[in-house]
Design a protein around this ligand. Structure first.
Ligand code: UT7
Length: 320
């Protein structure tokens, strides 16, 4: 029987500190009205002093493990998508291993906001090749550490957080699991979004820059195309999906993608209003929210497209 890669638990974590639009308006020349109208965002969460990306990842993993009914000792692999690691090495993945107390394969994946899709593909490969049986797949980001807090064009958008899933081999759930993945990148578009520094260039993390309008246009076009393409590889169309869980960058962007695909708004999970753009954490955060509030049910077909710095983009289609 075909080995399936099935999500058996989801979890997420947002730091306690909330940064409102009103508070941002006291920091830069912006307003609650502008931010809500152009992005749909009301609040974002910010790491506490001393809190790190691996701390958030651990909290999300603990919740995913509890939801799946497992303990850390049942896990034999971890893939963490992040662009904001605690340190250059070791990886966030190994730090999570250390804090939760398990061993097995561990790696960080760097694909910016598309990171969770690349991480799912990595974990899916491990499971299908027999390198692991049960893997934590995580998106965790401390975006507040790389945002330029003087740039109103970007600082209003981003937030910190983490989301995780337990992905495991199953031979007993033929209809569930990952059906198709699509991964792509075009490095020629790198100047549109990134940081202005890094370990080997400035010996700092650098600060985030973005050509917002152009990234928005690529995001709408490429996330819609990635969704249609990935579904077509399994002879499905957008009419077959129960949920569109797109990268949560901007509520207006998700509305446009849904409109271009003729997906009704009721089938879109939109959590960006309360956590902002959490980069690689955004899709697992949105998935966990919709699982916990009962919208996403076992057997539902979900399309998850993403786009981020690189530019990278891709999509995953799975049955929860
Ligand atoms: O996660 C990776 C992918 N990232 C994204 O998908 C983000 C994609 N981009 C966006 O979400 C949007 O482009 C933004 C929300 C970042 C910006 O919205 P926009 O509608 O594209 O605004 P804009 O950059 O075209 O700026 C329009 C105007 C400008 O003023 P002028 O030149 O028309 O006078 C900006 O200076 O709005 C001004 N502006 C602001 N005004 C108040 C830009 N940021 C702000 C602000 N508050 N925070």
């Amino acid at each position: 029987m075909t080995k399936r890669s099935v999500i058996s638990g989801t979890g997420s974590y947002l730091p306690a500190k909330i940064l409102t639009n009103e508070a941002l308006a006291r920091m830069v020349d912006t307003s609650d009205e502008w931010i809500r109208e152009r992005t749909g965002i009301h609040t974002r969460h910010i790491l506490a002093e001393g809190e790190t990306t691996s701390d958030m990842a651990v909290a999300a993993c603990e919740r995913a493990l509890a939801a799946a009914g497992y303990s850390a000792g049942d896990i034999d692999g971890i893939v963490v998508a992040t662009s904001t690691p605690d340190c250059s090495m070791p990886s966030v993945a190994t730090k999570v291993q250390q804090k939760l107390g398990f061993t097995g394969a561990a790696v960080d994946v760097s694909a910016a906001c598309t990171g969770f899709i690349y991480a799912l593909a990595t974990a899916h490969g491990w499971l299908q090749m027999g390198l692991a049986q049960r893997v934590l797949v995580v998106g965790a980001e401390a975006m507040s550490k790389i945002v330029n807090w003087n740039d109103r064009g970007t600082c209003i958008l981003f937030g910190d957080g983490a989301g995780a899933v337990v992905l495991e081999v199953s031979e007993n759930k033929p209809k569930r699991g990952i059906h198709a993945l699509f991964l792509h990148a075009n490095g020629a578009l790198a100047p549109l979004l990134g940081t202005d520094g890094g370990v080997a260039s400035s010996q700092t993390a650098g600060h985030l820059f973005m050509s917002g309008q152009e990234v928005f246009r690529h995001g709408v076009e490429k996330m819609a195309a990635a969704t249609t393409h990935t579904l077509s590889t399994i002879d499905k169309t957008v009419a077959d999906i129960d949920w569109l869980i797109a990268h949560q960058a901007n509520a207006r962007m998700i509305q446009k993608i849904a409109k271009n695909l003729s997906v009704p708004e009721e089938k879109c999970v939109v959590t960006v209003p309360f956590h902002g753009n959490t980069s690689a954490a955004s899709i697992p955060l949105a998935l966990d929210t919709a699982v916990r509030d009962g919208r996403v049910q076992p057997g539902h077909l979900i399309a998850m497209p993403a786009l981020g710095a690189g530019l990278t983009w891709g999509a995953c289609v799975l049955t929860y």
